[in-house]
Design a protein around this ligand. Structure first.
Ligand SMILES: Cc1ncc(COP(=O)(O)O)c(C=O)c1O
Length: 443
């Protein structure tokens, strides 16, 4: 019997024993092609020699030095690299150990910024329905997924949630994508007015929606409209790119493609590529300056912030992405993945939408393409697809509750940036078989 408290009480997952490149092997010798990087994490695949060497060298030199006593060369170099490649005005990086921690830190930075600058009345966050920002209490509070929030609701800070940018279901038939985006901006404006603009700290959003809704790309003009609105009211814009950032959508930061610069940019997952747990908040100079001119500190901290081995792994991952021109690969292979998905599922009776950007693509399952009616939640189609995929040696990231936390199913694909054409063929072939088997099993 396992003494690990696994994610599912009634299911012990297979034991992973080895991994290399695109594949993970379990203790029974079964090999799985990793088409989702775990949860959009393993951007370089598994066992990358350059990352392993960098980590080994760092462990031998110095594994850990608490940040209240020391900084390290490797943390400084990683911050230099992230600031060099960041959107305009970002001047510092704050390192933590994962996505939820990074979101928590961003929320607190935003609040402290207004305390430091004489606006302590600002206390509200606005975020979006169906978003996912992590499982710690602050991150869960800004998250908009009903199922994840429900039982913890009494513990969560109040947050206003506006509609997600979900074109497949949200845009009216007679509405252009641009008009839909502006309607969403108007909804946000109304929410700001209702709270009182001078009481709002920040708007929090995933640039491309990930885990809970499946690769929701913003419609043209939407995020620019959001940026203008926030700037007009002195409200901070926090973009959560924990899942969609660090190259996943074909630009280092997903917001680059939108022409939008956030005040706080949250990254994790692909930052360290799974080699070490690490996340970061990339911070605009004005915020850092407010701390420097005010209290002189960001009132936060954890034991493992700026961990030297985590920083070494992340620095190596980022250098490989740059050296090997992997952003161009993401763009090229992203098109290839999309083409294969369209050819396998474009006319599939149970696939209503194929969406995403770069190597961040999803299909949304429907019972009826004409009405977009989802499958009954009790069928747990997403879980069946995952099981059928695993049985075929394929790791994908399906999720239920796509539409409202209860209804809808999607499958997210986020393969490593090193995926070849033949890997993409295998992934989509196996996924098509898994989807058909799962749909047939519940019929
Ligand atoms: C957009 C986003 N933010 C935050 C998180 C939380 O990250 P972590 O699981 O590393 O705490 C996730 C995880 O999936 C995410 O997708």
């Amino acid at each position: 019997m396992s003494h690990v408290l696994h994610r599912q009480s009634r299911h012990t997952p297979p034991v992973a024993v080895a991994a290399s490149g695109m594949h993970i092997t379990d203790s029974a010798g079964r090999v799985y092609i990793d088409a989702c990087g775990g949860a959009a994490v393993s951007c370089l695949g598994h066992g990358h020699p350059d990352v392993l060497a960098a980590m080994q060298a760092q462990v031998q030199r110095l594994a850990y030095a608490h940040t209240s006593f020391f900084t390290t060369d490797v943390a400084e170099q990683l911050a230099d690299e992230l600031v060099r490649t960041a959107p305009a005005g970002i001047s510092h990086a704050y390192f933590v150990s994962g996505g939820s921690e990074a979101v928590e830190a961003a929320l607190k930075m935003a609040r402290q910024f207004f305390v430091e600058t004489g606006q302590p009345q600002r206390r509200h966050f606005i975020a979006r329905q169906q978003s996912y920002h992590g499982n710690t209490l602050g991150a869960l509070a800004v998250g908009g997924n009903e199922w994840r929030r429900r039982q913890f609701a009494p513990l969560l800070i109040p947050v206003t949630h506006v509609s997600a940018c979900y074109e497949y279901r949200g845009r009216a038939e007679d509405e252009t994508a641009q008009a839909y985006g502006q309607r969403l901006v108007a909804e946000l404006a109304a929410a700001i007015d209702k709270l009182g603009a001078a009481s709002v700290i920040a708007f929090v959003a995933e640039t491309v929606g990930g885990a809970t809704a499946g690769a929701l790309t913003p419609v043209p003009g939407y995020l620019q409209g959001v940026r203008e609105l926030c700037t007009r009211h002195g409200i901070l814009l926090i973009l959560d790119e924990v899942m969609c950032g660090m190259g996943r959508t074909g630009t280092l930061h997903a917001c680059e493609a939108e022409g939008v610069v956030p005040d706080l940019l949250v990254v994790a997952k692909g930052l360290g590529g799974g080699y070490q747990p690490i996340g970061a908040v990339l911070v605009q100079d004005a915020i850092v300056d407010a701390f420097a001119q005010g209290s002189g500190l960001f009132q936060h901290g954890h034991t493992y912030i700026g961990h030297a081995v985590a920083c070494a792994a992340a620095l190596a991952v980022q250098r490989v992405i740059h050296r090997d021109g992997l952003l161009a690969c993401v763009q090229r292979q992203g098109h290839g993945l999309r083409e294969r998905l369209v050819s396998a599922f474009g006319a599939h009776p149970c696939v209503g939408d194929i969406r995403g950007r770069g190597l961040f693509q999803a299909i949304e399952l429907v019972q009826d393409r004409a009405t977009k009616a989802p499958f009954e939640p009790a069928r747990r189609l997403h879980a069946r697809i995952k099981a059928e995929a695993m049985a075929r040696g394929l790791m994908v990231y399906p999720m239920g509750g796509t539409i409202d936390g209860v209804h809808g199913d999607h499958v997210l694909l986020a393969p490593p940036f090193i995926a070849t054409e033949s890997d993409l063929d295998t992934i989509v072939e196996r996924l098509a078989l898994a989807v058909d088997a799962a749909v047939a099993a519940g019929a």
